[in-house]
Structure formats: C-alpha cells, structure tokens
Design a binder for this molecule. Structure first.
Ligand SMILES: [Zn+2]
Ligand SMILES: [Zn+2]
Ligand SMILES: [Zn+2]
Ligand SMILES: [Zn+2]
Length: 244
C-alpha cells in the first residue's frame, strides 16, 4: 500500500500474462493509473473500460518508463516508448459532502462508515445506517447524525462531543425486563450496542439494539421494533414474534 494515485501518460505497450482469456499485447497512446491498493488501470481513447487492468496486485513497481504489476501468476506490464507526463497525486476516498471541517478549511465527506476530512485527516466513525444531517451543525461545528435505536436520536458525529450510547441509555436503560430472570436490561456496549441483563455474568441474556423504533410490545413481553425490514421482537430468536 502507498498513498496517492500515480498517473503515467505516454505511447505505450501493455502486456498481460497468466490469464488465457485476458492475455494480450496492445500498443497506443494511453494513460496508466496506479491506485493506493495496487490496482492498475490502463485507459486508451475508447469507451469507459480500461484496455488492461490488474486489481489489488501483490506488488507494483513504478519506474519512469515502465509499470509492472504482479499478482500470483498474473502479470501486467506497461512499457512507455514515449513519455507524455505523469505524477503522483494525493488521493482520498470520495464521499457525500456534509459541510466544512471545523479544524481546517477542508470539506467534510460522508463515506460508508465515517465522516472524514481529506485535508486534515480528521475521522469520525458513524453507524452504517446513520443519516448525516447538513442543515444544523453541532455547536462544535461538526455535522449531526440521525440514528434509529429504539427511537430517533440526533447526535454529533463526534462521540466525544455527544455520545449516541449515552443518549440511548438515557432513553432505554432499565426500561425492559429480562425475559430469563428477575433482572432489568441495561443499555451497554459490548461489541455493538446491547440491551443486556444487569445480572451478567450470572445471566448472559443480551440483545443487539436493532435499527428502528419501538412499536408496541411483542407477546413475549419484550418490546417490538419497526425496522426497515419489518416489525420484529427485540429478541431476534423470539418464537412468538413470528406472528408479528
Ligand atoms: Zn479538516
Ligand atoms: Zn459536536
Ligand atoms: Zn437476566
Ligand atoms: Zn418476542
């Protein structure tokens, strides 16, 4: 792995070996792109597909006139006969723009699992199902996110500024009884966010808090949740919930 995207443009020959279907030699004026995960793409003037590629190669060597990528017995080489230009540029994962970074003059982006600033490397992990809100930022300058954990919560994307766990605990801690003993369910983080019995480890009852909002009660006594995939019991293995 290396940082940045390397680009080489020139009059080149690409050769690909080790895969009978894709074995070839092609020559033309082309642009080769080497990505941080060692994916190599070679583009010509036609279409959107690369004329040659090797994804996530084990090794890539980039010289002034030659790029060579090797993965198992597959090998892609790009030999430049005439060099038009090239450089290595800084690169980051792209995401939806969600406002200005309070720590620098960069723009924050929301990717699959985090809000990041490509400019100063600030990173705030967010749940996969979170909606990042752009209209009213937190007092700290960061955007807030909306997450459903029993009900809708809106908190800062920075957990040290405003904790989602604390907000869910304030709403649902000791709200539900343990179905297997006389204890109450606490809201706690053990891997994920759990409603777990207060008598742990004597009672190891615990359920992940689902994405969704509480929607009445299951016949077993536990709360029911309206989730994106339908209504279900807090206990994903509850037999009564089949009739929900
Ligand atoms: Zn920044
Ligand atoms: Zn904040
Ligand atoms: Zn219990
Ligand atoms: Zn149930």
């Amino acid at each position: 792995m290396h940082d940045g995207i390397t680009v080489r443009a020139g009059e080149c020959t690409t050769t690909f070996d080790g895969n009978r279907v894709r074995a070839h030699e092609q020559r033309g004026r082309m642009v080769a792109v080497v990505k941080p995960d060692n994916t190599v793409l070679v583009h010509d003037a036609e279409g959107y597909q690369p004329v040659a590629w090797l994804t996530r190669a084990e090794s890539v060597t980039v010289g002034p006139d030659r790029i060579e990528a090797v993965d198992g017995d597959q090998q892609l080489a790009v030999e430049c006969h005439e060099h038009f230009g090239g450089a290595t540029y800084p690169a980051s994962a792209a995401g939806t723009p969600v406002g200005d970074c309070p720590d620098c003059d960069g723009a924050l982006v929301h990717g699959s699992d985090a809000v990041t600033c490509p400019n100063c490397d600030a990173r705030y992990g967010v749940p996969a199902d979170a909606a990042v809100l752009t209209d009213e930022p937190c007092d700290c300058g960061l955007p807030r996110m909306r997450v459903e954990r029993g009900r809708e919560f809106e908190v800062c994307v920075d957990r040290s500024c405003e904790s989602l766990d604390d907000a869910v605990a304030a709403a649902f801690d000791r709200e539900w009884d343990c179905p297997n003993c006389t204890g109450e369910l606490r809201i706690l983080r053990r891997g994920g966010l759990l409603a777990g019995c207060e008598h742990y480890p004597d009672c190891d009852t615990g359920f992940g808090v689902p994405t969704g909002t509480v929607d009445g009660q299951c016949d077993c006594g536990l709360p029911a949740f309206a989730t994106p995939t339908g209504r279900r019991c807090l206990d994903p293995a509850c037999s009564v919930s089949q009739s929900l």
